[in-house]
Design a binder for this molecule. Sequence first.
Ligand code: NDP
Length: 328
Amino acid sequence: MSEEPIRIAVTGGAGQIAYSLLFRLASGEMLGPDQPISLHILEVPEALHALQGVKMELDDCAFPLLKEIVIGSDPYKIFQGVRYAILVGARPRGPGMERGDLLKENGKIFIGQGKALSEVADRDVKVLVVGNPCNTNALIAMSNAPHLSRKNFFAMTRLDENRAKAQLAQKSKFHVSEIRPMIIWGNHSSTQVPDYFNAKIEGNPVTSVIHDEEWLADTFITNVQKRGAAIIEARGKSSAASAASAAIDTMKSLINPTPAGELYSVALCSDGNPYDIAENLIYSFPCRTNEKGVPEIVKGIPLNNFLKEKMKASEAELIEERELAFKS
Ligand code: NDP
């Protein structure tokens, strides 16, 4: 661990997710209890006043590891020297807005942020996009960051993985920690593929523990895909703490070597993938981080026709999003 603070950037700092994420980062949950950090928080100019309030609360927590807080709306200043960037801020879909409009609006944000990261961030910066549509936003940022490795851009599907584990735990009455692995393939959208065929409960195939194929193929997948809507319905607001928690889980997985026999889901650049998915997409695959701290796609996961068909549908959606986003 270095004694110098490590710089972590968070965008959308006055938003709901950031309100949970920033405090957990500052308490040392991502980089551990011995690593000082510095938070570099980006917001749009209209939200800077609210962000000032968040900064005041961060100050008032007197976190021992938090050495500096930098806030602002210029990505070239905020991303200076950052080793990790968690891009949460994104434009929500407004009334009457088509998917293409949303992609275009967000495109502008992620073009600018990709360029800024490319110019001023640490050369090994790891970038995790949470703001939706996160896969295509990450693709846009990556495509505009010529000085950074394409391998360092990711989009979050860990919340889907965690939600899938929670559903299987409730159905099987096992603890959630016994549900592993749980792979999410594809886009973080309703076409995502929660793969119960390769999931295990206490080391046994899910299908040998839950003898209800209809529930698995239908209710389980739908519950995972629609969990966000169910939380909005119950809470009156979108999920935020669970999204922040999944962002921290993802960063820890991307940084630390993955224990033997384990894997995690994250969307990353599909170039050279072993599952016949088109290149130049940010697609969710099963991954492991090697001893050098480099995340890699796990090879050799068996795929049946059900999975292949759903994976292709998610790929097709991402190709369409890419066409809409990159159309001038
Ligand atoms: P949230 O903090 O609730 O969400 C931020 C983004 O995360 C949204 O795109 C949201 O997608 C996405 N998201 C991903 N997973 C989840 C999940 N499980 N549950 C909910 N959201 C999820 O939004 P707020 O509106 O509270 O805050 C956004 C902030 O970002 C605002 O303060 C705004 O000013 C800022 N912003 C900053 C920018 C910048 O820093 N340059 C640019 C644009 C906005 P979805 O919309 O699909 O729910």
